[in-house]
Design a protein around this ligand. Structure first.
Ligand code: PLP
Length: 358
């Protein structure tokens, strides 16, 4: 039998027993792709890789946390799971609930969720409620309901989510045969950066790697509470997956930043869109806008000479991993908005040849 999903692969690092009913869509095991174009920008002495998490079953890294959260909910006898979501959590929760035979309720901010994600939550049969409010308001309602009623919260406040998500760090270390030197990652609710740091530290504690990466987190400039040092009432960015004004894992993200010797910075929507286009047109990788924040951040730091300044002289190339958190097909509207529409011509051989310059 081939790949069996991340719970089976990393069972000894996860809070599961033989009694845990494993609910899996064979998530994880995503490719670590060597960069071509970006490498040439960052310069010699560095190797850039993309961890393409958009290739998980529902198109984002949320599946890593959801396989464990839903398995544990099922083990505990839950009948319903619930989350607030900017989109990908709801898509993932809906799919895993379907597989597990559980009910699923999701609260989304009205009008602020990408089309693909909404389609996923609905087709998998979740009860989707569009709140006249933002993500932070939706999350506080979900917290209250799940505290009072027999419904399991599957936002990243659920510790099983982060336990599942930490496995991405394991995969990176296994593939590189060691930890990378730097990792660039988008930061929204800050669960993922927290999970990666946990994963890297556990691998080091087990003696499976000898070093740890510097974690470089990036928020969108209009939704950058950690960078600004205070919550943002009305977060704004086209990168809807990181449009969060008061991250649940704020303190843990700061700890990951400080303990790793990294940083958390912001990137503008323009920088995000530029990186989004560059990934698609120069690397052949289509991600959703929030995912491009990691590459926008890499480009910003490279421009400022950060990598050369902070790297030790070694006789090997330093490895930089960018986490590409979600697939571009999640948000087709964004792509369509920034490209030229196809030209309409006659169904005629000559007309086509003329257009392509013959
Ligand atoms: C959830 C999500 C993020 C943000 O992750 P956090 O754990 O909330 O910081 C980034 N990109 C995508 C595509 C996401 O779905």
């Amino acid at each position: 039998m081939g790949y069996r999903g991340l719970i089976e692969t990393f069972r000894r690092f996860l809070p599961v027993t033989e009694k845990t009913p494993v609910v899996s869509l064979l998530e994880g095991n995503t490719p670590l792709m060597p960069s071509g174009y970006l490498n040439s920008i960052v310069g010699t002495g560095f190797e850039v890789y993309f961890k393409f998490e958009g290739l998980n079953p529902t198109g984002s890294f949320k599946d890593r946390g959801m396989t464990l959260a839903v398995s544990k909910a099922k083990e505990a006898g839950a009948k319903i799971i619930m989350c607030a979501s900017t989109g990908n959590t709801s898509a993932s929760a809906a799919a895993y609930a379907a597989k597990a035979g559980l009910g699923c309720v999701v609260l989304i901010p009205e009008g602020a969720i990408a089309l693909g994600k909404l389609a996923q939550a609905l087709i998998h049969g979740a009860k989707v409620l569009a709140l006249q409010g933002n993500f932070d308001e939706a999350l506080s309602i979900v917290k209250e309901i799940t505290a009072r009623y027999p419904i399991v919260l599957v936002n990243s406040l659920n510790p099983h989510r982060l336990e599942g998500q930490k496995t991405a760090a394991f995969e990176i270390c296994d593939t590189l045969e060691g930890a990378p030197d730097y990792q660039c990652i988008p930061v929204g609710n800050a669960g993922n950066i927290t999970a990666y740091w946990k994963g890297y530290q556990e691998y080091k504690k087990q003696g499976l790697v000898s070093s740890l990466p510097k974690l470089l987190g990036f928020q969108a400039a209009g939704a950058a509470p950690i960078v600004n040092g205070r919550p943002i009432k009305k977060p704004k960015t086209i990168a809807t997956a990181i449009r969060i004004g008061n991250p649940a894992s704020w303190k843990q993200a700061e700890a990951a930043r400080d303990e790793s010797g990294g940083l958390i910075d912001s990137v503008t929507d323009k920088e995000i869109v530029d990186a989004y286009k560059l990934l698609a047109s120069k690397e052949g990788i289509f991600v959703e806008p929030a995912s491009a924040a990691s590459v926008a951040g890499l480009l910003k730091l490279a421009r400022k000479g950060y990598f050369h300044r902070t790297s030790q002289i070694t006789n090997r190339k330093l490895k930089i991993v960018c986490i590409l958190t979600g697939h571009g097909l999640k948000d087709p509207d964004r792509a369509i908005k920034i490209v030229h529409k196809p030209k309409i011509i006659k169904a005629d051989l000559k007309a086509v040849l003329r257009e392509i310059g013959y």
